[in-house]
Design a protein around this ligand. Structure first.
Ligand code: EPU
Length: 335
């Protein structure tokens, strides 16, 4: 493992906040987390950081940032129709997508273009274009930080929900994920339920194939989401709110074109649409702004300070509440 003191985090958060941490610990092997537990190093404030693409640091972090750098994709099990991959936490998500393309494994293609590391994917059950990562995960492995004991949770144990899991709720901050195991199909199997994706394939007269879906998802993403190499952001800043059916009914009178999806006996709304309807899309104050092509994304155009980002998102939350009585919640981790 490598330990750095007073380490700058600018290149470890896609929001591009100029903050630092007291200690930055790069783990080169999964078992090294057990040494950290034994040395009580995790008794100081600590945070496990993957690709830094779903976090907003609001100030310097007075503690240890633990960052996995071990990578690798192992093929564990192969059957006629499926394959099981065990992927190390420090592997780039996009590396896994490339691997699937190269070997023609089906299941994750709609999730192309999502920044970050594989170990972070189950924590918030990343999802896009009709697929959630839980659909392909069979198990998550790692260590409990309190005892250093290893764990392996099967899919059902992980309690996956919309942008949520055991690792983000009951066991928040208590686990270090080392590997994620995926079962993928070796036979063509596509999810084309998401209208914008299906429409774009049809518009370009492309037959569904892994390559065509990956290419089309990238095009749809590029048309709506900022390029994180150019503009600081953390993808969707807010979760899509899940509200009671009664609130949805009354809102429909105010907003006839309200987008809504069933969520059990509740209704999921599109936070981006509500922020857009409240008039914030494209708003900019200094270098903090709401992305002009997708109101769900809070951006740092250059040198926005954490307080400016915070002031902006708090204003958006309170204005959307005043206008629509819907409480928005950040999806990013605010540290
Ligand atoms: N909409 C607007 N104005 C906006 C943005 C959206 O009216 O500024 C409307 C759209 O027209 C659409 C609806 O709201 O009818 C939903 O928008 P979109 O399809 O773009 O998806 P989303 O709900 O805004 C979610 C995920 C994204 C993911 C897309 C595609 C969340 C919080 N976000 O966004 O995830 O890429 O669906 O599946 O669930 C991320 O997590 O970082 C992320 C980008």
């Amino acid at each position: 493992m490598k330990v750095f003191q007073n380490y700058p985090l600018l290149d470890h958060n896609t929001f591009k906040m100029k903050v630092s941490c007291r200690q930055f610990i790069e783990l080169e092997r999964p078992e090294e987390i057990v040494n950290l537990c034994e040395q009580n190093l995790l008794e100081q404030p600590f945070f496990i950081l993957g690709g830094g693409s779903n976090v907003l640091f609001t100030k310097d972090f007075d503690g240890a940032i633990v960052h996995p750098v071990f990578q690798g994709i192992e093929r564990m099990d192969e059957e006629a129709q499926s394959v099981t991959l065990r992927v190390a936490a420090g592997t780039e998500w996009e590396t896994l997508i490339h691997y699937c393309l190269e070997h023609q494994y089906y299941g994750l293609e709609n999730l192309t273009g999502i920044p970050g590391l594989v170990g972070s994917a189950p924590v918030q059950n990343i999802g896009a274009y009709g697929v959630e990562v839980k659909d392909c995960i069979i198990a998550v492995e790692g260590y409990h930080l309190s005892s250093g004991a290893p764990f392996r949770y099967d899919n059902a144990d992980c309690r996956f929900g919309y942008r949520s899991s055991l690792f983000k709720t009951e066991l928040k901050g208590q686990c270090f994920i080392t590997h994620v195991c995926f079962r993928l199909s070796k036979e063509p199997h596509y999810t084309l339920t998401y209208k914008a994706l299906k429409d774009e394939l049809e518009r370009q007269q492309l037959e569904p194939s892994l390559e065509n879906i990956v290419q089309t998802v990238r095009a749809v993403r590029d048309s709506k989401l900022p390029d994180i190499t150019q503009i600081g952001c953390a993808g969707s800043f807010f979760q899509n709110p899940i509200v009671p059916a009664t609130l949805h009914e009354s809102l429909k009178e105010q907003l006839p074109d309200l987008v809504a999806y069933p969520a059990g006996d509740m209704v999921k709304l599109a936070a981006g649409q509500l922020i857009d309807k409240a008039g914030w899309k494209g708003y900019r104050e200094g270098d903090a702004g709401i992305y002009p092509k997708q109101a769900l994304v809070v951006v740092n155009y250059g040198h926005a300070r954490p307080e400016e980002i915070r002031q902006l998102y708090e204003k958006v939350i309170s204005d959307v509440y005043n206008k629509f009585k819907v409480s928005l919640r950040p999806e990013v981790n605010i540290i």
